[in-house]
Design a binder for this molecule. Sequence first.
Ligand code: NAP
Length: 267
Amino acid sequence: MDGLTGKVVIITGASEGIGRALAVAMARMGCQLVISARNETRLASLALEIANYGLPPFVFAADVSRAEQCEALIEATVAHYGHLDILINNAGMTMWSRFDELTQLSVLEDIMRVNYLGPAYLTHAALPHLKASKGQVVVVASVAGLTGVPTRSGYAASKHAVIGFFDSLRIELADDNVAVTVICPDFVVSQIHKRALDGAGNPLGKSPMQEAKILTAEQCANMMLPVIATRGRQLITSLRGRLGRWLKLIAPGLIDKIARRAIASGH
Ligand SMILES: NC(=O)c1ccc[n+]([C@@H]2O[C@H](COP(=O)([O-])OP(=O)(O)OC[C@H]3O[C@@H](n4cnc5c(N)ncnc54)[C@H](OP(=O)(O)O)[C@@H]3O)[C@@H](O)[C@H]2O)c1
């Protein structure tokens, strides 16, 4: 795809789900990838898979909630490839608990560290390189960053934070010709639902989603690619998400009902 071939691209959260699907698709397009996450075994198996049809990726394990590991990821990327074109902040985690049933408040901190501070740390370290390449920063936020979602209060807060952060950054970077792209997926099949933290801070262990009725990670990645390639401003993957932007202004109670129903039905 024009605009992506040959680009040096970091993808965080590449070991699973949307990040993995995106890495596979971008490798097929001839991107020079850096794949990152914490699980080194899964990253190594992805690197082997990618080497079958694309350029061998550079693998760098990092925990995005740690500022020094974010800096190390950016430094290692530039040392390896010489420059950086696109940073894709995709790593993320979620919760599944009503706020009044939350017994471990650390859930809120963990989610904010991974979903909001991680992208902020990485982008801060990457900015000098992105300015030099007139590159692009992408964040995988969520429709939960655009409206409230029950059982996801801490997650929605982190995604509202990240959208506010990157919408602000876009204005700051306009003169530097660094593009900022915000992706807002609706539900997608991935590991995130079974890994979601319950009120006691433990992973649910099974997905409460009706997985046959929601986007696959590959479908989500395919929707993201043209938006990234054209340095688009924002992608909302579902019709209800796109219409919801307008409905929220004129009938906010209806949007609350749609969000309540989506969580109750799992799709
Ligand atoms: N799936 C959905 O329904 C959905 C909807 C809207 C938005 N999103 C967003 O899409 C993004 C990708 O999620 P997904 O659905 O693909 O989830 P996933 O299958 O659980 O993948 C999450 C990825 O993030 C990595 N990760 C988690 N914590 C990390 C940390 N502290 N440091 C570094 N990497 C970390 C995980 O790898 P390791 O465990 O190996 O570190 C994994 O590769 C997230 O930002 C999520 O909020 C997802």
